[in-house]
Write a protein that binds this ligand. Sequence first.
Ligand code: NAD
Length: 460
Amino acid sequence: MSDKFEDLINSSVGKKLMGALGVTVPTELLRYDSEQNNFFSGALLFGAGNNAKLVDVTLSNLADSDARLALTTECAAQASSTVETVIADSYQALVFDGSGFTDGLQLIQAYRFFNANIRKLRPSGRIVILGRPHMACATPEAAAAQRALEGLSRSLAKEVGSKGATAQLITIAEGAEANLDSSLRFVLSPKSAYISGQVIRVRSAAVSDNADWHKPLAGKIALVTGASRGIGAAIAETLARDGATVVGVDVVQMENDLAQIMSRLKGQPVIADITSSDAPAKIAAALKALGGADIVVHNAGVTRDKTIANMSEQFWQMTLDINLAAAQRITSELLSSGALNDGGSIIGVSSMNGIGGQRGQTNYAASKAGVIGYVDFMAQSEELAARNITVNAVAPGFIETAMTAAIPLFTRMFGRRLNSLSQGGLPVDVAETIAFFGNPASRGVSGNTVRVCGQSWFGA
Ligand code: NAD
């Protein structure tokens, strides 16, 4: 959703004027087009440090892409088979395997790779660093080296953001190599356009071979609360695009909007205030009638902003109830009633303000930080792990919706630029991340809170 002033800034005359005034004009981000269905195409340079453990699995994951591969000499030496490679002048992606680093000084190899090649990264390009979870390392020096990759990738993200390019670190637990595929595809593809400076952690889980990357959710049932507009509508659209049947929930005031969107997506509307005492059972019954939910997205949320001294108890409690407690009650009911299928995923919608805090939003930030706590705890549940159920969250930053369009013009102009990509995200950017969590091939991705914020300057 754009506005007239932004349109002016983005016109050729506006760009010159803004350049002269020192206002950043953002690079238009490349987004996924389901007609083309190419998770990655273009030239990709793959480098590796010594003793890298992820070269072969990465090459096998890239085998069915349209990537034109180039391998550094060090990387090629560690591949078990010879790969035909083409050196290019510029690259759509730079991928570096740092999983073998056991000492901080070894990162000189990563420095050399990026120092020599970062200028060759194309606009909307991708940097992906592969590493190991530092707390599982054998020595403190190795833990430091692996954690150092996080600082490297976050800083690279800040250096390439003005080109609309992104950088992420994926850590892969030992033994979880077969689960890398969906995360690698996601961060290389335009589906992750508005995600940068993130760490995606992949753990061991039963591998689900995804035969169809075009319709990864075919045959799946997805619950989306607050589905009638904004981010929730985009989530419903994206999950349906990927093949899921969507059960959309919203309040009675949104009945017409919900009916329209569900009819277009061939989904099923359920009218319920998620805080009402009968909502969990009503939602569970609708899902069970369809064979049970495979994806549960707790998107419904509200803001009721006031500084704490001016906030009524009612504002406080309703925000905590809608954004946090209702989602927990629904999850408990789905689990205890058998309305959530094995191999399913539970996804919370947090917020950057839940990470960084926000003046006038003590209630909202507390509720959204609570979402992260719930996800962290639930992802450790042995019972859920045994059923191969994952639990993750997205934390959106400035997303262009009716909510952010209501912010006064100049605050909005600054607000959307306070990140490495110098622009606001779109509801679809949040939705693509949720579709990635919901993909059966992402069973190794659990306990992650991924920020969809263009690498916001605020927050931890
Ligand atoms: P929105 O207000 O446009 O949509 C929220 C939806 O939830 C509405 O359809 C609303 O009717 C529904 N809803 C509210 N209370 C409900 C209840 N008690 N029962 C059932 N449905 C209910 O908001 P949005 O901008 O699309 O945000 C969606 C989610 O993303 C929220 O959880 C929000 O906190 C989060 N978020 C948004 C942004 C942003 O920039 N827009 C940033 C961070 C997080």
